[in-house]
Ligand binder design. Structure first.
Ligand code: HEC
Ligand code: HEC
Length: 204
């Protein structure tokens, strides 16, 4: 082998090694890109799935009866319109002569069809109706992410509200003859946390 041929062989060898190195690095990089693209997508899927669980609770009778689309509260497991022509009123506490606390006390009255009770028994105010009834999962998801429709609450504050608010808590102690929401309060809070931790992804 001449010295010149020798040099060419070495050059070729070197090129092969460099090319292999580049290929390996590229392989790692594209592997990492795939992993990076996959991780958030998995989170988003988990987030959306968790929201569907939260949605089942929000649209269960115990919650949606106080979050109606119109101006009358709803009653019962079939969510029929409240009797006695009860109306929301500006502040959510009813209209003159038909205030909620005329009938609703600070605790449930014992017996079937007796008024349930809580110190703050009322509907959301007219300016923030916070409607759950009739919302699709995608609609409710977007609504909860819009502070203009949640009385200015952030997602963290909504989570706090659902996990600690006394009025929300009534839904899991609703008195005689009323079904409980489909998930426990702890399970609802945990699903809501999964939804928020996955960047509050919304179903299609
Ligand atoms: C005239 C009395 C009266 C007034 C005033 C009244 N309620 Fe009621 N409410 C009742 C009674 C009685 C029940 C229980 C009905 C039943 O279980 O069949 C009830 C049930 C309800 C329920 C159903 C709870 C559930 O999940 O099934 C909601 C919600 C409700 N009232 C909201 C309100 C709100 C909000 C106001 C004020 C804007 C109000 N009510 C004013 C008597 C009244
Ligand atoms: C007795 C009526 C009543 C019941 C029952 C009720 N809520 Fe509410 N909810 C209200 C009122 C009133 C407000 C507004 C209070 C405020 O802004 O401070 C509210 C506000 C909220 C909010 C914050 C604002 C928003 O945009 O939604 C959430 C979340 C909420 N409720 C969830 C629930 C869930 C979940 C349940 C059932 C587990 C439930 N509520 C049951 C009356 C009720």
């Amino acid at each position: 082998m001449s010295a010149r041929q020798d040099a060419r062989t070495w050059q070729a060898l070197l090129l092969t090694v460099v090319a292999a190195g580049v290929a390996t690095v590229a392989g790692f990089a594209s592997g990492a890109r795939v992993a990076a693209a996959r991780a958030p997508r998995l989170d988003a899927d988990a987030s959306r799935a968790a929201f569907l669980q939260v949605y089942k609770v929000f649209t269960s009778p115990r919650c949606q009866n106080c979050h109606p689309a119109g101006d009358a509260p709803l009653q019962g497991d079939d969510s029929h319109v409240h009797m006695q022509n009860v109306k929301r009123g500006k502040d959510g506490n009813g209209v003159y002569g038909m205030r909620c606390d005329t009938c609703h006390q600070s605790a449930n009255l014992p017996g079937a069809h007796m008024p349930p009770g809580n110190p703050r028994w009322s509907l959301p105010p007219a300016e923030h109706k916070m409607v759950f009834v009739g919302r699709t999962p995608a609609e409710l998801c977007r609504q909860l992410k819009d502070p203009k429709q949640t009385g200015g609450r952030s997602l963290a504050q909504l989570l706090e509200h659902v996990s600690t608010d006394l009025l929300v808590g009534w839904a899991w102690d609703p008195g005689t003859g009323r079904a409980l929401p489909p998930l426990s309060r702890a399970e609802t809070t945990s699903q809501m946390k999964t939804w928020i931790d996955g960047a509050a992804a919304c179903p299609e």
